[in-house]
Write a protein that binds this ligand. Sequence first.
Ligand code: GDP
Ligand code: MN
Length: 393
Amino acid sequence: MKIQEADAKSLLLAQGLPVPAWDVARTAADARAAATRILADGNDKVVVKAQVLVGGRGKAGGVRLAGSADEAEAVAAAILALTIKGIPVRKVLVAPAADIAREYYLGAILDRASRRIVVMASAEGGVEIEEVARVRPEAIHRVAAHPHLGLLDWQARQLAFGIGLGGPFLRDFVSIARGLVATMVAYDADLVEVNPLAIVRESDGTGAATTERLVCLDAKITLDDSALPRHPELEALRDPDSEDPADAEARAMGIAFIHLDGSIGCMVNGAGLAMTTMDLVKRAGGEPANFLDIGGGARSDKVAAAMRLILADPKVRAILVNIFGGITRGDEVARGLIEARAVQERDVPMVVRIVGTNAEEAGRLLTEARFETAASLDEAAAKAVAAAAAVGS
Ligand code: GDP
Ligand code: MN
């Protein structure tokens, strides 16, 4: 589950990280009120930031500065009218604008290969890290945290030296890097990213002297969905406005559903069988459009919901249904498929393989309804791939 910047910042703050204060506004008028308070506090500018669950908001015009309450209101209105990467902006964050001296990247991820939390830092902050990783991978420095001891001070210092941070910032960098790992652990996150981690100039209030310090200007956190039951309080951070409607429906129906990039929609019962089915689709020369496990004992309404989820993806050109009837009854699935096809908006070739409980009854129903069936999984995969290729050309 991805959470909004403002919520991610709350979690970082709770772990003791330096995050400048902020407000969240749903309307331009509220943004104006927040800006008025911030400007009255002695700040000369505010930053207004779109709260959407995608990166690159800056480039998309979703991060803007304003020097007056009027300007803040206008800027907020403009940002609230944006749709960034397909997601309409419904909230903005308003904060004192930072006077940035330098931007760095700092992130922690769960690295499955090393089975450790890996902390990454780069002197090329602010920009999308995926781009840095592609063009200049050597500009990203990594260390793996110890599974029990966390990130050790010397490891954090190694990262700091790698990105050329030293002197007065070293101590703060070490505590921020350790705080990222602590945040990963505290909330079972998959990713905690601060980009930019910035050196900002701050005046002492009289304007006579400025100091520099490291602060987290942006925050991105992805929580491990499977660990959410351990953190019921985090469920409140789910943002239905920004959630992919397909993901929300899948969750509500108890269907495990993951979007992929291919063209063959897969409907399978059981996670292992779903993965095997995806492998066989690939072996037959196709690319799966999704992983979908309708679970055990699925009734026809669940089958219909799964069909809607698959068809909502415009890339899907053929559907492969692979059901191993145990608790799940083949005839029940067949009925679900027939009902679903009767109401579906898009006609896509479908190949169905059902074996196990009530497979004969399922076969009879499907043949009657003129569904394409297959006896073996290899045959089903080959037929689905051929059907998708025929549609594609
Ligand atoms: P993202 O584009 O979605 O990653 O949003 P960010 O919060 O990282 O903002 C993008 C860029 O806007 C940053 O890299 C900064 O260069 C700039 N920016 C963000 N906040 C401020 C701020 O308070 N003051 C200034 N001057 N620039 C900011
Ligand atoms: Mn950013």
